[in-house]
Design a protein around this ligand. Structure first.
Ligand code: WQD
Length: 334
């Protein structure tokens, strides 16, 4: 079975390609390296001893998508290609809507032309916006998103709902990722954002290696046990393996759209993350309490029992594993 992975050299894309290749799938990949590096392809080969059939290009380019579908008998598409920095999306909303929404419209048009009707789409917990009730289940209301990144993901979810309503042969799984962190055990691939990391774990990892001096803890006056923000961190390898379960599900169902939260069901605060990282890696993390970051919410963690029940998938790695693997990656890639 041939799987077409967009954004295949990105953080989530590369870890998913490793699991797909290890599971025996053939993988066709597309990336424009806007937020990743070509060398990731070599790392994937080093880990799996298998190669992705890779195409360099942009999801907005209908011709490259058409070529890929003409060259390969694609069974399923997994779409990771998107910009995902919340703060950046507030400054550049139009580039987020073009890149994250228009690209999916182009992809669907080409899929329809080639009669490829199975899609796994990477969405985000940010579509839930600020929720009063925790943990979050898939049937909770979405829509009060707090940034253009989350809104772009929500727009695509609505597009996919309308697509499946119009064509009962289409089968779509939407995965709503909570906070993916960590890295492959080998340390060969991991979260390697260009510039200063916007997210907590890669920032902590760079403080640990002294590439960055001090972590700003964005607020300690939230409505949480220690006042700092609580999130549902999930190991990137657990998240990648969920896509294998998604493929199996797509091959079982007749049609329609299914939505699953991908999280651990546990919320951890910023201070808990710092303490766990320090103990797991025997390092000291310098930090100071700073003002809140606009757009942040107090608490966000998943009820992922629907994925457990319907996909027979559950996260198995804990916060200590996430901290050890994140640190191992930055040490090996300094
Ligand atoms: C986590 C906690 C911060 C940085 C975002 C996206 C989400 C997903 C994951 C794509 C919060 C605090 C952070 C720092 C800090 N990405 N923090 N100092 O904002 O929960 O989610 O990334 O899908 O869609 O919204 O993740 O890691 O930025 O923040 O104190 O330097 O760490 O306030 O409480 P977030 P994050």
């Amino acid at each position: 079975m041939k799987i077409f992975v967009t954004g295949c050299t990105g953080y989530i894309g590369s870890h998913t390609c490793v699991e797909l290749l290890n599971a025996g799938y053939e993988v066709v990949g597309l990336d424009n390296f806007s937020n990743s590096k070509r060398e990731v392809l070599d790392k994937i080969k080093e880990i799996t001893n298998k190669e992705i059939k890779f195409y360099e290009g942009d999801m907005l380019d209908e011709n490259i998508l058409d070529k890929i579908m003409n060259d390969n008998n694609i069974d399923i598409v997994i779409d990771f290609a998107a910009f995902k920095a919340v703060g950046d999306s507030v400054e550049h909303p139009i580039s987020y809507y073009i890149n994250n929404v228009s690209s999916v419209l182009t992809l669907i048009k080409v899929m329809q032309k080639h009669n490829v009707k199975k899609l796994i789409f990477s969405s985000s917990a940010t579509v839930y916006g600020k929720q009063e009730i925790m943990p979050i289940t898939e049937d909770m209301p979405v829509g009060n998103t707090t940034n253009p990144y989350g809104t772009s993901k929500l727009f695509v979810e609505h597009i996919l709902e309308d697509l499946c309503a119009s064509d009962n042969e289409f089968k779509v799984i939407i995965f709503r990722y909570f906070n993916p962190v960590g890295a492959h055990k080998s340390g060969l691939i991991g979260e390697n954002p260009n510039g200063i990391p916007a997210n907590l774990m890669p920032f902590i990892a760079k403080v640990a290696t002294k590439e960055l001096e001090c972590l700003n803890v964005f607020g300690n006056d939230y409505n949480t046990p220690d006042g700092t923000g609580v999130r549902d961190y999930i190991h990137i390898v657990d998240l990648a393996k969920a896509h294998l379960s998604g493929i199996q599900k797509l091959n079982e169902i007749k049609g329609g759209l299914l939505i699953y939260n991908l999280g651990t069901g546990h919320g951890y605060s910023v201070l808990e993350m710092i303490n766990t990282f320090e103990k797991a890696n025997n390092v000291k993390i310098n930090y100071k309490i700073a003002p809140r970051r606009s757009g942040d919410i107090d608490v966000c963690f998943a009820d992922s029992s629907k994925a457990q029940k319907e996909l027979n998938w559950t996260a198995t790695l804990d916060l200590e594993d996430m901290c050890k693997d994140a640190y191992n990656f930055v040490i090996k890639n300094k």
